[in-house]
Design a protein around this ligand. Structure first.
Ligand code: GDP
Length: 314
């Protein structure tokens, strides 16, 4: 991939896609193409094929997906399955037809079995049952990994898959019904502070452990892998994470500190905990030469600043 290569970033308005575009722009890549979902519905095969035929991108970052937190995932399994399967089927197939040089498919670590040993090694895929709250999304993403592998095998394509841990950063979703925990807690704690509320509700027991990666770190890893590592080296797929975990309670306390809130946390155990632990083994990634650089404490401050500057509507 060189600075003039034609690069299509699918999902450029989202947390991941926008971070990839920022990273590419900063590095001097000048031929990036994007489309909004209004201009191109990736669930429609005819539209996707016409787009690839017309634009002929050389590299594709497939960051378009229907995503959401624990509540959205468990409430709309049909939409999560359908939208994600359609998007990835159409983009991967059109990329093959138009002979894209390399494609990077993004999934998530929820593809792992609920009770897989920790930290999660890539080889644990499909060794056990999935976490029920995000099964539909996980099944779609597993199909995407398998599709990239099948295409590499059958057609000699160079399609790689990356599975990032829980992400956060600019352009995150702060809607309390559909967001993930980190943006949700930023909003809840900020609003509690502003409205002088003495408590904040945290879903579940606070005991589940999660790993958090800043979207700018993820984007950096994706661009690094696109430039330096082919499907053969990567194998079936690769984890992207920090290899460090924190409990939801500790995360909430860290956010209280960053936001300057002194009230109490109240745990709402009527809400699901989800999978107890989800820590990635990042040895494969480290061996390929990439390591994260944004520490959680700095990262959450950055995410809170972004929320203050961009997400609060007057
Ligand atoms: P998950 O990693 O797929 O389970 O997705 P989430 O980021 O939505 O949830 C992670 C954990 O944070 C779960 O145990 C949630 O119950 C917990 N959590 C605590 N408060 C919240 C909240 O306000 N929103 C969300 N989405 N999760 C919360």
């Amino acid at each position: 991939m060189d600075k003039q290569s034609k690069i299509y970033v699918a999902g450029h308005r989202g947390l991941v896609g926008s971070a990839i575009v920022r990273n590419l722009n900063t590095a001097g890549y000048s031929n990036i193409i994007t489309r909004t979902s209004k201009g191109l519905d990736l669930r429609k095969q005819v539209e996707v094929e016409a787009f690839f035929e017309e634009e002929q991108p050389e590299y594709v970052f497939l960051a378009a997906a229907k995503v959401g937190g624990i509540l959205a995932n468990s409430t709309y399994p049909g939409q999560f399955l359908y939208d994600n399967l359609m998007i990835q089927m159409n983009v991967i197939e059109a990329a093959r037809q138009s002979e894209v040089k390399k494609l990077l498919f993004l999934g998530s670590t929820c593809i792992y079995p609920k009770m897989a040993p920790q930290p999660l090694k890539e080889e644990y895929l499909l060794t056990g049952g999935l976490e029920s709250t995000n099964e539909a999304y996980a099944i779609a993403k597993i199909a995407g990994i398998k599709m990239c592998n099948a295409y590499n095998k059958e057609y000699g394509t160079n399609f790689i898959s990356v599975m990032p841990t829980n992400l956060y950063g600019p352009n995150d979703n702060f809607d309390l019904q559909s967001s993930h925990v980190l943006p949700a807690l930023i909003r809840k704690i900020h609003e509690a502070k502003v409205n002088k509320k003495s408590t904040v509700s945290v879903w579940g027991s606070g005991r589940p452990l999660r790993e958090f990666l800043h979207a700018d770190d993820l984007a950096d890893a994706c661009v690094y892998l696109m430039k330096h590592c082919d499907a053969e080296q990567i194998g079936e797929f690769i984890n992207i994470g920090t290899g460090k975990e924190i409990s939801i309670e500790q995360l909430a306390l860290l956010l209280c500190e960053a936001i300057g809130y002194e009230g109490k946390l109240v745990f709402d155990i009527s809400k699901p905990d989800g999978t107890p632990r989800k820590l990635t083994d990042v040895s494969k990634l480290h061996n390929l030469g990439w390591k994260h650089s944004i520490k959680l404490k700095e990262g959450v401050q950055d995410a809170y600043n972004w929320y203050l500057d961009n997400a609060i509507k007057p």
